[in-house]
Ligand binder design. Structure first.
Ligand code: BES
Ligand code: ZN
Ligand code: ZN
Length: 481
């Protein structure tokens, strides 16, 4: 989809659809005012969120259609609402075979954040999760071009870069696990890095064995697919004054059967998105390479397939992590934390001073927060506050969970330094504590995205499947460092 900034007057727009936003009780007066007022007066259109009305051959306009889109309550309209509204409108118009769309945003909403959000909404709405459908007609309904009437070119560019990166992430997470193996994920990461001028190194099984990444390798050993540790580096052009170095670590389990502690078959097919954290981190690097924030950023994606093969690790096995600490593996389905800790230890060795990990880590977070909020954990409140401010600005919802010392008690092992599960209660918190035990005092944030990385059903603004959650916040965190 082509993205354009078109500083035109409403009457000059000649696309298939000119979209204007109408709020509850507040019809826009800019174009076709009489017709719009009639819609409001008759009650056919009230301005409620995501409502859409279409007028053909509007008087006084060159555009083929005037589309009135409901913005909801004017006071509540912000960048997040605009992103969703634009997405919903683009998806609606796309399904009707409309190819070129122009969005008119009021002078009042031409801040960089608003304009970028509008572009993001459109680009995100463009992606469908239908790569493997062979219907020859599937691509007939698509949008060729999306234009915004005002705002800065930089904001339009930022929105496009972020959303294209988010679609890159979504594409990866949507791939079935027979296609996207750890090897292919590493291959895609290398391609992306070379395309955008980033340094990329992939540690293979032998290298990880030499280093002593026993926790990660223990998870990988049940699968015929070899594991990998993807490392991508971004360095700003001018050396920053501080030593700060952001590490982004994403869980990259390309399929999670649970291993010998095998999962029930119902819904197991969804476990192909168990690499969504890794995909988000890779997508963030794709955007960071283009937006060039002032801080060095290193992404690490430990990637494995968790299978119950004949070489699989068994409950009760004791592995030695890169940190030197030993772990009793009581449940082979608690594998995400095992691969993350070796990657986190390695990130600290590479010089990362601040760590953020993203992982589809626990079913318990879905029980606690549903599909709305990312579960956020930290050992450093100030760092998390900074992160949550970035998340809020990007319309990504987070909810902090507690990390009292009492929860840590549940990880004490009889035979090793700790074991990898904490029992049924507080499952997301004990998982976070397990990871925290390996970062020591390095400022660290853990994001449990099991509930937010996947949509079982399409939303008005987004297709079903992977969401790409987390990415925009990672990028803003780096940009505003
Ligand atoms: N990948 C799962 C978590 C998950 C669940 C992601 C639902 C997405 C949706 C993770 O590896 C896992 O299996 N966690 C276990 C931990 C338990 C064994 C302590 C869980 O949540 O049941
Ligand atoms: Zn698991
Ligand atoms: Zn998992």
């Amino acid at each position: 989809m082509e993205i354009k900034l078109e500083p035109k007057k409403l009457g000059e727009v000649d696309s298939d659809a000119l979209v204007v936003v109408g709020f509850e009780g507040a019809p826009p007066g800019a174009a076709a005012a009489d017709q719009i007022k009639e819609w409001y007066d008759s009650g056919e259109f009230s301005g409620k969120g995501l409502e859409v009305a279409i007028l053909h051959r509007p008087a006084g306009l060159q555009a083929k259609r005037l589309v009135l889109a409901g913005g909801g309550k004017r006071e509540k309209f912000d960048a997040g609402e605009l992103r969703k509204l634009t997405g919903a409108v683009v998806r609606t118009l796309k399904s009707k075979g409309i190819h070129s769309i122009t969005l008119a945003v009021d002078e009042a909403w031409r801040s960089d954040d608003m304009v970028a959000s509008a572009v993001e909404g459109a680009v995100l709405a463009d992606l469908e999760n239908d790569r493997y459908k062979t219907d020859p007609k599937k691509n007939e309904k698509h949008v060729d071009s999306f234009a915004v009437l005002g705002g800065s070119q930089a904001a339009v560019e930022r929105g496009r870069i972020l959303a294209e990166a988010q679609n890159f992430t979504r594409d990866l997470a949507n791939e079935p696990a027979n296609v996207l193996t750890p090897t292919l994920l590493a291959e895609r990461a290398k391609q992306m890095a070379s395309e955008f001028g980033l340094e990329c190194e992939v540690l293979d099984q032998d290298r990880m064995r030499q280093l002593g990444m026993g926790a990660l390798l223990g998870v990988a050993q049940g699968s015929a697919e070899p594991p990998a540790l993807i490392v991508i580096r971004y360095q700003p052009a001018t050396t920053p004054a501080s030593k700060d170095h952001l590490g982004l670590i994403g869980k990259g389990v390309t399929f999670d059967t649970g291993g010998i502690s095998i999962k029930p078959s119902d819904g197991m097919e969804k476990m192909r998105y168990d690499m969504a954290g890794g995909a988000a981190v890779l997508g963030a690097m794709r955007a960071i390479a283009q937006l060039k924030p002032p801080i060095p950023v290193t992404a690490l994606v430990p990637t494995v397939e968790n299978m119950p093969g004949s070489k699989a690790q068994r409950p009760g096995d004791i592995v030695k992590s890169l940190s030197g600490k030993t772990i009793e593996v009581l449940n082979t389905d608690a594998e995400g934390r095992l691969i993350l800790i070796d990657a986190l230890t390695y990130a600290r060795r590479l010089g990362c001073t601040h760590l953020v990990d993203a992982a589809t880590l626990t079913g318990a977070i879905v029980v606690a927060l549903g599909n709305v909020n990312i579960g956020a954990f930290t050992n450093n409140e100030a760092f998390l506050n900074k992160f949550r401010a970035a998340a809020k600005a990007e319309g990504e919802k987070t909810w902090q969970l507690p990390m009292d010392e009492e929860y840590k008690e549940l990880l004490k092992s009889n035979f090793a330094d700790l074991h990898n599960i904490g029992g049924r209660s507080g499952g997301s918190i004990t998982a976070a504590w397990f990871i925290r035990d390996f970062v020591d005092d390095t400022p660290w944030i853990h994001l449990d995205i099991a509930g937010t990385a996947w949509l079982d059903d399409a939303k008005p603004h987004m297709a079903k499947g992977a969401t790409g959650v987390g990415l925009r916040t990672f990028v803003r965190l780096a940009e505003t460092w």
